[in-house]
Every structure is written in C-alpha cells, then in structure tokens.
Ligand binder design. Structure first.
Ligand SMILES: O=C(O)[C@H](O)[C@@H](O)[C@H](O)[C@H](O)COP(=O)(O)O
Length: 226
C-alpha cells in the first residue's frame, strides 16, 4: 500500500501552526477573490481551530467577499458551548466585517436532524475553495466517525448518529469534502501523532484517510512520528 502524498507544513507549536494556517488562509482568500470575486470556505469545529480563528482577525482578507459555512455541527443550537458555530463566532466572526447574510450556520437545533442537512445542501456553493477540517484521536474528521453510516453517504451534507458519543451530528460527506478546490487539515498535539503516522503509512481504515490530497498544518508534537 503506497503512502498517500502528504502536502505537510510543520510548525513548532500550536500557536505557530495557527499563524501559519492563518497566513495561508489569507493568501488563498485574496487569490480567490482576485480570480473569481468571492471566497467560499467551510470552517472546522473542535478546539484546534480556536487559535487560527483568532489569528485570522489580524490578517489582510477581503472580508466582504467571504462566504462562510461549516463542515460539521453538533445537534445543538448556536448558544450552546458545544456549538462549532459559537466557537467560530466568538473567536472570529464577531470581530470581522463579513456580511451576516454570507455566514451560513448549520442549524443543529432543528429536528429531525436530517431536515437541517437537507436545508443546508440548498445553501451550498457549487464548489468550496477551502474546506477546513480537524482530526480526532480516533481518526475521524468533520463528524465522519469510524463505523458510522455517514462514511458511505453520497449526498453533500448528512445527519450522522455517533453511538460512541450517543448523539447525532451534521456533517459534510466525503464527496463534498473531496469536491473542494483544497482540503486543509489542522492537527496539533501529541495525541494525534500515531494516527497521523498510520495515515501517512497508507492505512485507509481511518476516516481521515479518505480526505483526498489534503494540506496538513501540523505542530511538531503531532508530526513527531512522521
Ligand atoms: O465537531 C467537531 O468536533 C469537529 O469537527 C471534529 O472533527 C474535530 O475537528 C475533531 O474532533 C478534533 O477536535 P479537536 O480540535 O478538539 O482535537
């Protein structure tokens, strides 16, 4: 099994990694707006992106031309501390002049959850410029967890029941993620190192290995086994 090509940027610390990714985000956003008049991005959830979202505030970005989406969301409302939207709002969106109508929240409070997935699909652009993702220490990405039905979903956005968390999630599918112009994985911390090594060694069992030709933004702790 050949190891997948890994376009990888390793920085010393989580803060360095966040700043490196923020600079790259600003550049790709400027390039997209210059070329096509808009930049379509799906933000990641979890805790890792927090430093990057803060670092983005100080970047030179054509905010008025950004269209912001989310690559997954928990089945909670926007005020929940578990909300990926809330994280992005508190750390970035509340601090930059993106027109409110260009920020598209995955409505995790809607029931049944699949109705929210279907409604979100109607809002999506034809193609994302960047889908930003994280990776769990079990190899999941977005809310595509090992052994869950969404790993095989063929639409663009789907609900996904995650037994290990005893909860439902909303997530981009792999076809949607892999249809983007670029896929970025922001991964820091020693607890991710073994999974990363297995992915680099071509072990396709981990869901994150299904993300095609990602750019990895890693800190040295996460990259220590590569
Ligand atoms: O909704 C989520 O939790 C994320 O989309 C998820 O895929 C996250 O990126 C990983 O679980 C890593 O989470 P940390 O960044 O907290 O390690």
């Amino acid at each position: 099994m050949t190891a997948p090509t890994m376009n990888t940027v390793v920085s010393p610390t989580p803060l360095d990694t966040a700043q490196t990714a923020a600079r790259a985000f600003a550049q790709v956003a400027r390039d997209a707006v210059t070329a096509r008049g808009a930049f379509y991005v799906a933000l990641a959830g979890g805790s890792t992106p927090k430093l990057m979202y803060r670092a983005l505030r100080d970047q030179t970005i054509p905010w008025a031309a950004l269209h912001v989406y989310f690559s997954d969301e928990r089945s909670v409302g926007p005020d929940s501390p578990d909300s990926n939207y809330k994280l992005a709002y508190d750390e970035l969106l509340a601090h930059v002049p993106i027109p409110a109508e260009q920020v598209h929240r995955l409505q995790g409070e809607v029931r049944p959850v699949q109705d929210a997935a279907r409604a979100y699909e109607a809002l999506l652009p034809a193609q994302f410029d960047v889908v930003l993702l994280g990776m769990g220490d079990d190899g999941h990405t977005a809310s595509l967890f090992p052994g869950t039905a969404a790993l095989h979903a063929t639409g663009r956005v789907t609900a996904n029941h995650v037994p290990k968390l005893d909860t439902d999630r909303l997530t981009f599918t792999f076809p949607e993620i892999n249809a983007a112009r670029e896929r970025w994985l922001l991964v820091t911390g020693a607890n991710k190192a073994n999974i990363l090594r297995e992915v680099k060694d071509g072990l396709e069992a981990h869901p994150v290995a299904q993300v095609q030709e990602p750019t990895w933004f890693l800190d040295e702790a996460a990259a220590q086994a590569l």
